[in-house]
Design a protein around this ligand. Structure first.
Ligand code: 48Y
Length: 346
């Protein structure tokens, strides 16, 4: 049995995480889900976004499934739960898969997840506030290896590396490391300057297979790229460390539609698929079911339909091909397309 920590969070985080667990349970009985509380409500009671003892328990788990939390930016001492978890669990790589579910293609965005402007090192006085944009050799090497490994496993000949090395020292340093590791791996690096690349990402996104960037650029680029998935509600992600990984849809807690039962569950369900792949279980079964459901089923309002979350969940479950006899035959063809590289398995 695998043990997976579940933090549903706030708003639609609760609804979509329940949806993901339901679909995962329909695929496998090898997971024990253990729920933990976290976020602003916990902060109000305990002064931290997650309790220390819970964090210690979570560190012993095989993986984490995360919903969404709201982070108020006007509460002076509050630190975002997801940023706390990324730091505490050493989740250095953030992989966001922008899917075109109707045409079977994906963009993999690899975002460095622990350094850059998110390293948490700052100085503030009454007169100025400085956030340090830290890029270390170790951090740059790890994330470059992650992106190159992904490209290799997928048989892509190149990666797109997005930076601002014409201006920023840190990116010059990062660039040297990426180029030298890529050369060693025999992978071409398609270099792009982040500002002009935004236009390309709007106009011609699908020619980029794996996009690598530092923390803040990667965050912004993945939100921008989400328009190509038709809704931010369908985008899954994984935060990978050396010991553990955390999976979450990239959307927020959407307080405006919370509790109405109309949140799109697909991003969370596909995050569950990534989690299964990480554990060496059958995530591709979920990817296939989602793809066949969206082509014919009623979808939630963000995708122009009028379905409720529960309708989409039931629709996906009815498309699951869990007949073990068919699996062997599908395996050969589907494994390359629909599972994450074994490199990222536990
Ligand atoms: O995961 C994300 O992309 C979010 O934008 C967070 C980030 O900046 O990495 C925001 C974190 C938060 O507000 O809790």
């Amino acid at each position: 049995m695998y043990r997976v920590a579940v933090i549903k969070g706030d708003g639609i985080g609760v609804e979509v995480t329940n949806a993901a667990m339901e679909v995962m349970r329909a695929v496998t009985d090898k997971i024990d889900f253990v729920e933990f509380e976290g976020g602003f409500e916990v902060f109000k009671k305990f002064g931290v976004p997650i309790r220390e003892e819970d964090l210690e328990e979570i560190k012993k788990m095989d993986a984490v499934l995360f919903g969404a939390t709201s982070t108020p930016f006007n509460v002076p001492n509050y630190k975002s739960l997801i940023l706390t978890l990324r730091k505490e669990l050493n989740l250095y790589a953030n992989l966001r898969i922008i899917p075109d579910l109707w045409r079977d293609r994906e963009i993999y965005i690899v975002r460095e997840n622990s350094e850059g402007l998110y390293s948490g090192v700052y100085r503030a006085t009454n007169e100025r506030a400085i956030d340090f944009r830290i890029i270390t050799r170790g951090g740059a090497e790890k994330i470059a290896r992650f992106a190159l490994g992904l490209a290799k496993e997928r048989n892509f000949k190149e990666i797109t590396f997005v930076h601002k090395a014409n201006v920023l020292r840190g990116d010059r340093f990062f660039r040297k490391i990426v180029l030298s590791l890529a050369e060693r791996e025999g992978i071409k690096v398609n270099e792009k300057i982040v500002d002009s690349f935004t236009i390309e990402l709007v106009r011609k996104p699908w020619q980029h297979k794996v996009i690598l960037s530092e923390n803040l650029f990667g965050d912004i680029l993945s939100d921008l790229a989400s328009i190509h998935a038709k809704s931010i509600g369908v985008i899954p992600s994984g935060n990978y460390g050396e010991e553990i990984a955390l999976f979450e849809p990239i959307h927020g807690s959407a307080p405006d539609i919370a509790g109405k039962g109309i949140a799109n569950p697909i991003g969370a369900v596909l995050s569950g698929a990534m989690l299964l792949d990480y554990l060496g279980l059958d995530g591709w079964v979920i990817w296939n079911a989602v793809k066949s459901y969206v082509k014919k089923g009623n979808l939630t309002p963000d995708l122009g339909g009028n379905a409720m979350t529960v309708d989409v969940v039931n629709g996906i479950i009815s498309e699951l091909e869990i007949d073990p006899i068919e699996w062997d035959e599908l395996w050969v063809d589907e494994i390359r397309i629909n599972t994450l590289p074994t490199l990222f398995m536990k």
